[in-house]
Design a protein around this ligand. Sequence first.
Ligand code: PLP
Length: 377
Amino acid sequence: MENERLLMLPGPVPVPERVRQAMMRQAINHRGPEFGTAYADCAAVLKECFGTKNEVYIISGSGTAGMEAAVANFGRGKRIASLVNGKFGERLRDLGQRYGDVTAVESTWGTPLDLDALAAALEGGVEMVTMVHNETSAGILNPAKDVGKLARKHDALFVMDGVTSVGGDEVLADEWGVDIAIVGSQKCLAAPAGLAAVAVSDRAWERIAEDRPYYLDLAAYRKNGKKAPMETPYTPAVPLFLALAEAMAIIREEGMAARIARHRRMSASVRAAVSAWGLSMFPHLDAVHAYSNTVTAVAMPEGVTDSALRGTVKRMGIEIAGGQDHLKGKIFRIGSMGAVSAPEILATLAAVQHALRKAGVAGMGDGVGAAAEVLDA
Ligand code: PLP
């Protein structure tokens, strides 16, 4: 690693050298063919990542800007059911409350979504459903297909936060009936932070609010996206678009199927290590929910503090994530998204294994060996 630290976080993730190099150049006109081509290239690969034929628009702003664009353009004044089982579900709930009338369908963080309660809310006339696909705060993958089916049955729009799944795990927005899907650049796409992309269905366009935000007006993005060359309404973060275009070239070279398989193999190897250590995964799952394939959340063993664990790992040059909000000190999380490969996983697991032993966890099995078995299979 040329860098001081290996970031094994659920974003931001390490950015490949050629992606960083793509930003390091003289300014270009954002109303010209070079920018238009970069934007169009990004949008084309993102469509594949989203699993959609719908148009994709790129916003200069982090993932939350994409979430706000979705809710503000399509949810204003509407009855919204917000599914919550972690921090980002709460964020979509809070955003919904700024623009619409929210029924929160809440489950304890890391436990399955309550689809019966969602069905009841939909019977009561809900017009929009919001859900986080990969709930990063809890390491749980929510059942997008089932939620999409319910939303469709009741003719509600389905907004899906794919911030930490799109570009890493399988996302089939069209097949699942997702109307607005969102991704952030610094997660599975392995690009620098600062861009969000949204894919919008025809059903959603038919229902766009009259009273829209100004900077995040998606109708303006749509209008400018139709120009040749393609444009954004206002001056975009051009260097980030150039970096994203290079990150998209890497995705195209790898191929989405191979990329998904790699993410699944990496996360399976981390789960194998957790199991061999004798630790518990954090989410409590039923059949339709699954463990995240981009971040692994682990219950903190008795007697180990967050600072002892992550402090030791950090001294070895690696950063993993702790728990957020009330899960601080109760879980730790290992990101395995983006350009991650076996050497980074093995180094991280070796550091975590050492830190856990040093913190006094007794009787641990060989997690690094168990992960290596998965990676070598
Ligand atoms: N949604 C999910 C699932 C996330 O993991 C994150 C960030 O960690 C966000 C939304 C927010 O994205 P950003 O921090 O880029 O605004």
